[in-house]
Design a protein around this ligand. Structure first.
Ligand code: E4P
Length: 217
């Protein structure tokens, strides 16, 4: 499974990237706002750091403007994936930009039909938002499963990018269902290492190391 990190914070991306945990990055307008940085500048810095796809989201809602913004965003670096919303205009922009040979991430996906449309419009990535469905008492994992089945039925190559991941269990479930990629905030990726039995076991080993005076160096 590919891991994308869902942030525009350079230090957090760099830390995970040094460990080989970063196959790509996703940003959105809220994450850019949180970073307090200029979108072009911060996106360029991310692309200098990470060789995999870096999603940068358009701000327009009209297809022609989205296409123009997308063409500007792809000038930042070769690994830019233009992020467009799952609207009719967004699908038009997806088709035009993917026909140009650019990677497109279709975002704000909340239904299997939307995902089907995105695949037909040539999306590189479809981003179903798990956490935001959970927020309204709909199991986001069912959507990931439905999209996986539909894409496999017809051989669509659009990659399922499980997004709006809020918990470590979302990561496990997405991986079990077969999402191609997951994007999660740095704290969720780092929390995946935690297990109480690891902590308990390490405490016991440390006590024995001290009691026996075991030394290696
Ligand atoms: C990533 O591409 C999405 O924009 C992001 O995962 C949304 O997450 P949120 O629902 O926690 O804001």
């Amino acid at each position: 499974m590919k891991f994308f990190v869902d942030t525009a914070e350079i230090d957090a991306i760099a830390e995970l990237n040094d460990l080989g945990m970063v196959d790509g990055v996703t940003t959105n307008p809220s994450l850019i706002k949180k970073s307090g940085r200029d979108i072009i500048e911060v996106t360029k810095e991310i692309c200098d750091l990470v060789s995999g796809p870096v999603s940068a989201e358009v701000t327009a809602t009209d297809a022609d403007e989205m296409i123009a913004e997308g063409r500007k965003l792809v000038e930042i670096a070769e690994n830019i994936a233009v992020k467009v919303p799952l609207t009719w205009d967004g699908l038009k922009a997806c088709k035009a930009l993917s026909d140009d040979g650019h990677m497109v991430n279709v975002t704000l996906c909340f239904s299997a039909n939307q995902a089907l449309l995105a695949a037909k419009a040539g999306a590189t990535f479809i981003s179903p938002f798990i956490g935001r469905l959970d927020d309204i008492n709909i199991d986001g994992m069912d959507l990931i499963g439905d999209i996986r089945a539909i894409y496999d039925n017809y051989g669509y190559e659009t990659q399922i990018l499980a997004a709006s991941i809020r918990t470590v269990n979302h990561v496990t479930q997405s991986a079990l269902i077969g999402a191609d990629v997951m994007t999660a905030p740095p704290n969720v990726i780092k929390a995946m290492v935690n297990h109480p039995l690891t902590d308990k076991g390490l405490d016991a080993f440390l006590a024995d190391i001290k009691a026996a005076g075991i030394k290696i160096l």
